[in-house]
Write a protein that binds this ligand. Structure first.
Ligand code: AMP
Ligand code: ZN
Length: 112
């Protein structure tokens, strides 16, 4: 299910443009508009939920599917020596878009 007022749902629907690097019926990966590393991608499920704490069983299955796909997509997009995954959860983490997303950061040595 998509949410009318969600930025990432609008990207899924094509109402807002994005630089897509991978798409199938369950997920989408696109370039972050303000990259925080040489490679910065965002992986999302095509099913809107805000937080891990809101996730139902079906969404958990889809998240597993997304996680299994990520290594191949990261490699295809230039992450040769590893990468970092980040899932911000809520205000203290600085989450700004409330459609669960996985940041894929790489292409350089990342500061901790
Ligand atoms: P978070 O702070 O974890 O909620 O991450 C949201 C991310 O979405 C940030 O890194 C933003 O730069 C990114 N972002 C916001 N709007 C867009 C957009 N239209 N296309 C691609 N990335 C976006
Ligand atoms: Zn959404």
């Amino acid at each position: 299910m998509l949410e009318k007022d969600c930025l990432f749902c609008k990207i899924i629907e094509g109402k807002i443009p994005s630089s897509k690097v991978y798409e199938d019926d369950k997920m989408l990966v696109f370039k972050d508009i303000e990259p925080k590393a040489k490679i910065h991608l965002l992986a999302i499920a095509k099913d809107h939920f805000k937080l891990l704490s809101n996730m139902d069983e079906k969404q958990a299955e889809t998240l597993k599917y997304v996680l299994v796909k990520i290594p191949e997509i990261a490699a295809q997009n230039g992450c040769k020596n590893g990468y970092r995954l980040v899932i911000n959860q809520g205000e203290d983490a600085g989450q700004t878009v409330f459609h669960l997303h996985i940041h894929i950061l790489g292409g350089q040595t990342l500061p901790w």
